[in-house]
Design a protein around this ligand. Structure first.
Ligand code: NAD
Length: 491
């Protein structure tokens, strides 16, 4: 495959970057370099922000009904090209082609929801708040807004933001992960065909320098971030200090609790998919399974069996069920965390280290790994691994399991497997996480619900997707009007 040199998309044009720095984009299954991505400097970011600021006044005045027409076109184009996009995602990220297409379905769903902006963006009003005085709340767009996204969902995560940002009348700049920039390059090629005016959407490739330039730029009004907790915290603090509205989604360490009355066969299939799907590189992947009482033995045997049978390889090969992790460095990190867990007393029930995949010897593969008897107090129990590693912990009862969840620094997702409505209701009520699954392995909210992380998994108050997005991307303005001669107040 030839090595493609990427460009940025600024003011409706593909532009060669002025920055000297670049990095390779590597197919994690084959180890091949498939592109080089330039890393934008602050001048390039400034050009994108200026174009977005110039485009804003006219875009803001475009009626919402007209602003969503390009999104209808985009939906059709995404549907039409979903196979091509899926293939690119697999090539640069490593997940299977089916997983890649599934993430694009959620991306498309967000476009569909944003097409409801003429209804969703409406304010409210009340006549006669005092005699002859009416009060109205209207929503107005902010101006230039930006999103910074991670490597693990190259196609879906930008769509948690882009459709809502532009449908509400803002102009939008995306800085995708420099490890997976090809998907958005393709998608912006489609956006170009939708008739959006120049500068309404821009794509800037880069890394920390580009991010810092965006979060420091005085004309950027709001920043959305998805990535690791350390960077989420940094961006929330720095962009917040600069007076920007921020929503920063961070890392995760998700728990599933399995009660003895769960349907073990179904639970095993679902939890196996949650822990090992996308090679464990999902912010909603189950990382710790807490078995309660008698569930321990049955689940341990069945999950080990399910994980052993997963076919690992290149995601474009049709029978492959799990791909590589993103880089060699990530592989080394995951393997060293497994070793650290062992040192802390965990037993390696299934060892996915040193995986050799015939024909893909240069790939960064870790096979499904299960660590049993992980001490609840161990460092591993609190560390995000972001690889195909499931830790097993045992609890005597649901009280103990919930206490263990309480201690976690993260709160992205918690799930329960049970056939008891009372236990499910209690878990929903008490589990300390923003996305709850009951007999669900990956509790990923549909596009019309907020993606609701808690604790160190989210910094901010308004989440991505759905109604929260409309709130995030608009300022409220309250207008109080008197047109009659009536005065109710005596001076
Ligand atoms: P990352 O934090 O390394 O990178 C995310 C983005 O931040 C990238 O665009 C990158 O260029 C930029 N970045 C990286 N370091 C930076 C720095 N020092 N200063 C400024 N910008 C910087 O994350 P990743 O490895 O791409 O993604 C995996 C992480 O994302 C995991 O922790 C995962 O849990 C998390 N994640 C969270 C959610 C969620 O909804 N909470 C969703 C997906 C992924």
């Amino acid at each position: 495959m030839s090595v493609k040199k990427l460009r940025s998309y600024i003011d409706g044009r593909w532009t060669e970057t002025s920055a000297g720095q670049s990095r390779d984009v590597v197919n994690p299954a084959t180890g091949e370099v498939i592109a080089t991505v330039p890393l934008a400097d602050s001048a390039e970011v400034d050009a994108a922000v200026s174009a977005a600021a110039t485009a804003f006044p006219a875009w803001r005045r475009t009626p919402p009904e007209d602003r969503i027409q390009p999104l209808f076109k985009l939906k059709m184009l995404l549907e039409e090209h979903i196979d091509e996009i899926g293939k690119i995602i697999t090539q640069e990220n490593g997940k299977t082609f089916a997983e890649a297409k599934a993430e694009m379905r959620r991306a498309i769903e967000n476009v569909e929801v944003a097409c409801g902006i003429p209804m969703m963006m409406q304010g409210y009003n009340l006549e006669d708040v005092a005699r002859g005085i009416d009060e109205t709340m209207i929503r107005q767009p902010l101006g230039v807004v930006a999103a910074i996204t991670p490597f693990n969902f190259p196609g879906m995560i930008p769509f948690w933001f882009l459709p809502y940002a532009i449908a509400t009348g803002n102009t939008f700049i995306l800085k995708p992960s420099e490890r997976v920039p090809l998907t958005m390059e393709y998608v912006f090629g489609l956006l170009e065909k939708t008739g959006l005016p120049n500068g309404v959407v821009s794509l800037v490739n880069g890394a920390k320098t580009a991010v810092d330039a965006l979060i420091d730029h005085p004309k950027v009004r709001a920043v959305s971030f998805v990535g690791s907790t350390a960077v989420a915290r940094y961006i929330y603090a720095r962009a917040g200090q600069n007076g920007k509205r921020c929503q920063c989604q961070g890392g995760a360490k998700n728990h599933v609790v399995i009660l003895p009355d769960a349907d073990m066969k179904t639970a095993t299939q679902i939890i196996s998919d949650s822990a090992f799907g996308c090679a464990g590189q999902r912010c909603l992947a189950v990382s710790i399974a807490v078995t309660v009482g008698e569930a321990q033995k049955n689940f341990r045997d069945s999950i080990a069996n399910a994980a052993t049978n997963l076919k690992v390889g290149y995601g474009l090969d049709p029978d492959v069920q799990m791909g590589p992790v993103i880089t060699r460095e990530s592989q080394a990190r995951v393997e060293s965390l497994i070793a650290a867990g062992e040192k802390e007393g965990a037993k390696v029930l299934l060892d996915g280290r040193n995986a050799k995949i015939a024909g893909y010897e240069s790939g960064s593969f870790v096979k499904p790994t299960i660590l049993d008897d992980v001490p609840a107090s161990s460092e591993l129990a609190d560390t995000e691994i972001f690889g195909p590693v499931l830790s097993l912990i045992h609890a005597d009862n649901l009280d103990d399991a919930l206490r263990f969840l309480e201690r976690s620094a993260y709160g992205n997702q918690a799930s329960l497997f049970t056939s008891s409505g009372a236990a499910a209701r209690r878990f929903r009520y008490e589990a300390p996480a923003g996305n709850i699954g009951i007999n669900i392995g990956v509790a990923a909210p549909m596009a019309y619900f907020p993606f609701s992380g808690w604790k160190n998994s989210f910094f901010g108050d308004l989440h991505g997707q759905g109604r929260d997005s409309v709130e995030f991307y608009t300022d409220k303005k309250v207008v109080i009007e008197r047109w009659g001669e009536e005065h109710s107040r005596k001076f």
